[in-house]
Ligand binder design. Structure first.
Ligand code: ZN
Length: 73
């Protein structure tokens, strides 16, 4: 999966700090069907430094690569 477009910055609902979904603590991840068959909505729940949990949703595109292709060798 790779992200589609730019993800708007997420802000903690409790303390207002920015929540970084790349370096923060991932508590849970949910996947939802996207608008197109090749897209999926990834929802990550991150723990903020203040202890609250904030969700961050990102649209991802699924790409299927053939098994044994030279790309991974
Ligand atoms: Zn917070």
């Amino acid at each position: 999966m790779k992200p589609v477009g730019v993800t708007p910055p997420a802000v903690c609902w409790h303390c207002g700090q920015g929540v970084d979904f790349q370096t923060g603590t991932l508590a849970a991840r949910y996947l939802y069907r996207g608008e197109r068959p090749s897209t999926v909505l990834v929802e990550d729940w991150m723990q903020c430094a203040c202890g609250a949990y904030q969700n961050v949703r990102r649209l991802n595109e699924i790409s299927v690569e053939p098994l044994g292709s030279a790309a991974g060798a």
